[in-house]
Design a protein around this ligand. Structure first.
Ligand SMILES: [Fe+2]
Length: 245
């Protein structure tokens, strides 16, 4: 079985628009585990406007998930992160630990409103870099203002920003534009990570199998393995040889 690392997944109950109960939380974990995911970095939204201050709720749900995971599947590694919605106080939230970096590293999964300007996105990512963080742009294929902006992506990559795309987009389950953009980011080797961005078992499920098969076929085993396991294992979980981003 192919083993996956998923560092963008909404699996902590009562923290965001993901699972609402502990049972739903464990059902997502079980489904992902059955499909081969072994390294998890769970990333509830850190979005004051939508979900308020969920720092304590996140800690509580994470403790509950870790206890269950150790009992059910001790070979799975479950780490904590957040999906940071960019705002003027974002660096402060990170600095004081209200918003979690990925597994205690300097890597930060950051997202923006779908219609955010390229100017704002670029500036926000540079502010994170200047503050000593390594930003990972969440679902980079979904921002309308970055559509086909290859020069922007080249610039971001050169500065050290990592590009994450959603499995759902590649499979065509989001928008047509997101699918095109996702495939182009892969073709141009601009994408670093593919994750589930799962929220539930039906609309946005946690399995990575189908997207992995598609990418393996179209872009080859080496790149597919990097996208679905190796990169995350190295930079977030410090497993295997460290690879400079
Ligand atoms: Fe997400």
């Amino acid at each position: 079985m192919t083993v996956f690392a998923d560092i963008h997944i909404h699996m902590l109950c009562r923290t965001d628009d993901g699972p609402r109960t502990p049972e739903q939380m464990l059902a997502i974990f079980e489904r992902a585990y059955a499909a081969g995911t072994r390294l998890f970095c769970v990333t509830p939204h850190f979005h004051y406007g939508l979900f308020g201050d969920n720092t304590e709720r996140t800690r509580a749900a994470y403790a509950e998930l870790c206890e269950a995971a150790a009992r059910l599947h001790p070979d799975a590694l479950v780490a904590l992160g957040n999906e940071l919605r960019w705002g003027p106080s974002a660096v402060e939230w990170l600095d004081r630990g209200a918003c979690n970096t990925l597994n205690g590293t300097r890597y930060v999964l950051v997202d923006f409103h779908a219609d955010e300007s390229a100017y704002t996105i670029k500036n926000a990512l540079y502010r994170l870099l200047n503050a000593g963080y390594h930003p990972i742009l969440a679902h980079a294929e979904r921002y309308g203002e970055l559509y086909r902006c290859w020069d922007v992506f080249d610039e971001l990559k050169n500065k050290g920003v990592l590009i994450q795309i959603d499995a759902d987009s590649v499979l065509g389950n989001w928008t047509r534009q997101a699918k095109q953009m996702g495939l182009q980011l892969l073709k141009r080797r601009l994408a670093d990570l593919v994750c589930s961005d799962a929220h539930d078992l039906t609309e946005r499920p946690p399995e990575l199998t189908q997207a992995f098969a598609l990418i393996l076929k179209r872009f080859g085993a080496d790149y597919a393995e990097q996208l679905f396991y190796r990169k995350a294992a190295q930079i977030i979980f410090n497993r295997g040889a460290y690879e400079q981003p």
